[in-house]
Design a protein around this ligand. Sequence first.
Ligand SMILES: [Zn+2]
Ligand SMILES: [Zn+2]
Length: 442
Amino acid sequence: MGQGLSCATNDENGLFSAAKLGDLETLQTQIDADPSLLNHTTMYDRQSLLHIAAANGQIDVLSWLLDRSMNLDLLNRRKQTPLMMAAIRGKISCVQKLVDAGANILMFDSLHGRTCLHYAAYYGHSDCLLVILSAARSSHVSASWGYSHFVNIRDAKGATSLHLAARQRRQHSLRILLDNGALVCSSTGGSGYLGSTPLHLAARGGSLECIRELLAWGADRLQRDGSGRIPYVVALKHKHGACAALLNPSSVEPLVWPSPLKFISELNSDAKLLLERALMDANREREKNILKGTAYSIPSPSHSDGGIDDNFSEASDAELCCICFDQVCTIEVRDCGHQMCAHCVLALCCHNKPNPATTILNAPLCPFCRSRIARLVVAKGTDDNDDNDIGCPRLRRSRGSLNLSEGSSSFKGLSAVGSFSKAGARGSGRILLDEWVDKSDP
Ligand SMILES: [Zn+2]
Ligand SMILES: [Zn+2]
């Protein structure tokens, strides 16, 4: 990207080398002798001492320079600020220091018209990304521009930070951006023109992980780019076969995170983690089925070290979700107190696709009592019996009072297949899913 910091050309005093290497003593001696040296820049790139310190993660030098009230937002030849340099190189301590000192996060360079947010995303420095986002949330930027506007800011070619993260296969940065309101279907073409979506760029980059994330956030497999291509065609062109298989519009649709639902946007972090994991598990299963019989296979999931999966085998019958009879109840519906597994919660919530024009999603009701879902929380374990006012609403309480409406078909689709025979085999007294669905049809 031509971000090299050549400082040999006019470094007659060894000043720039000292900043680069963190030699504060040399720097101090020289600048105390001649304070005008503070304003020197390298000959060609016009990098200041602050740029050099920031790009090389020399936090002591940087702090010392800031104490000398050096201008935070100096520009080099490409109109890049020291903050951009630190974001490009992933120097988190310098990013933090500059942001704390009030560096402007809303500067655009002349190279690609990018901000520090673009650069952190492009190079996949998730820690820097988080610091910049947090600064944006609390600064004048969000007051004047709006936080969401900042997250979705475009570079000279119309790319948002999400586009860049997708193109560069930066899964973690992509995730952070989506979590912070990056628009999953934004097009580099801007309003009214066709351009590439983040999904097109992920297809080009060939990252299954990024594609999985984008699809789970509702990316559209049928959106066309400026050349009229859907992401599937882009993946094929770049010979990313597995990605193409997932992007093929005739493949089964993935579950989409139901972000427009109020109680989903208000989840606490534990419940959110459980549901996100269940969503990714369900989509991985789907991927496995899609890729089965093709030349591609997915490496075995890396998340199996978690404690939750281990509990499944030891779970007693009473803890089993009585919708799927397969997984442990991990989520509790408030205020009614009914419990089910994370997979079934998702089946319930992901059943209705949001209307892309309005992003309005019909809120589902509790499938057991049809009361409004105010909140979803992590279900308490059976060891935790002090919460008896909510009681143990699992199997006993819910039997016979099931009320399933529109959600039934997606329950069947998601969870019945693998668990049905299991539930049947267990036999006695259990409600079979077929019977259960028929009974509850209005
Ligand atoms: Zn379940
Ligand atoms: Zn209920």
